[in-house]
Design a protein around this ligand. Structure first.
Ligand SMILES: [Zn+2]
Length: 294
């Protein structure tokens, strides 16, 4: 009984504190600029994206303005075995960014199976100012445990490039384990796990535990696709709890456009019940710090 009375007094005291602090502590949202860290650009008719995805950046630019997104990534994905095509794809990406550098920043790509040629392309991209690359095990059809992948991610780390990995692969249920091992083996490379493992996100609790041992701080979660999937669902509390355990300073908003619109992705983040400070980190500050864009 005594304990209950004390708890009640504490609750009343906290309530009084909250009221005294005024509206700033109420369910308020971050209202500043937003960075979308995951959006795809279609550069030609044959780069594997759907007909609903218009070529170029005009459509995305309009969607960003409607959603309060002031900066957006543009992503391409390289194919295996045709370095001329890979360079042309990355050049098309850089041309699109150069047309609107205040709004867009590039996430270029290589294919790990291209070996030394892929490493040379990374060096060329770094000289051109690229700070992030995309690798997609399922679309690019490679195994994360292939040593060729480790060569690419190590090189990217040496060049100061972050590596955005699609982290959901229904064909390889061990993939999250392989990604985590790679991130432990290469602490000097910054990894972003896109979609946060999606339906397998619970596995990533391992990273939070490893951070107690000083590992795992080089992994960021991009919550594109997963936030719209779980916002408002019965899974939402565990999803948010897992983000907090990992660290809200390592979480990034993404639309994965054309999968979701920027407005849908931003609304999903705002529906998670985060504090305004957490929203600011996820919607802007973490990306600004990680990729050096603002
Ligand atoms: Zn994507």
């Amino acid at each position: 009984m005594g304990r209950i009375r004390i708890a009640a007094r504490v609750a009343v005291a906290i309530g009084a504190l909250l009221q005294g602090a005024g509206p700033t502590l109420a369910a308020e949202h971050y209202a500043g600029p937003i960075i979308d860290t995951h959006a795809h650009i279609r550069t030609s008719d044959d780069n594997g994206l759907t007909d609903e995805h218009p070529r170029g950046t005009a459509a995305l630019r309009a969607l960003d303005q409607a959603a309060g997104v002031q900066r957006s990534a543009l992503i391409v994905m390289a194919r295996k075995g045709d370095m001329a095509a890979t360079r042309a794809l990355n050049d098309a990406l850089l041309a699109a960014v150069a047309a609107d550098p205040q709004h867009f920043y590039p996430i270029a790509s290589v294919h790990p199976a291209d070996g030394d040629a892929a490493l040379s392309e990374l060096e060329r991209l770094a000289r051109l100012g690229v700070r992030e690359i995309k690798l997609h095990p399922n679309s690019q059809q490679f195994d994360v445990a292939d040593p060729a992948v480790a060569r690419v991610t190590e090189k990217a780390g040496q060049l100061g490039m972050a590596v955005l990995f699609d982290s959901y692969n229904p064909l390889d249920t061990n993939q999250l384990g392989k990604l985590m091992m790679l991130s432990f083996q290469q602490p000097n490379t910054r990894f972003i796990f896109a979609h946060m493992g999606f339906t397998q996100f619970r596995e990533l609790q391992t990273l939070a535990t490893m951070r107690k041992l000083g590992r795992g701080g080089n992994v960021w979660f991009d919550i594109s696709a997963i936030a719209p999937a779980y916002a408002g669902s019965p899974v939402q509390p565990e999803f948010v709890w897992t983000l907090r355990r990992h660290g809200m300073d390592h979480v990034l908003m993404g639309s994965d456009w054309p999968v979701d619109t920027p407005a849908t992705a931003v609304a999903a983040v705002r529906a998670l019940g985060l504090t305004a400070d957490e929203e600011r980190l996820v919607l802007h500050d973490n990306a600004a710090k990680l990729v050096g864009v603002d």
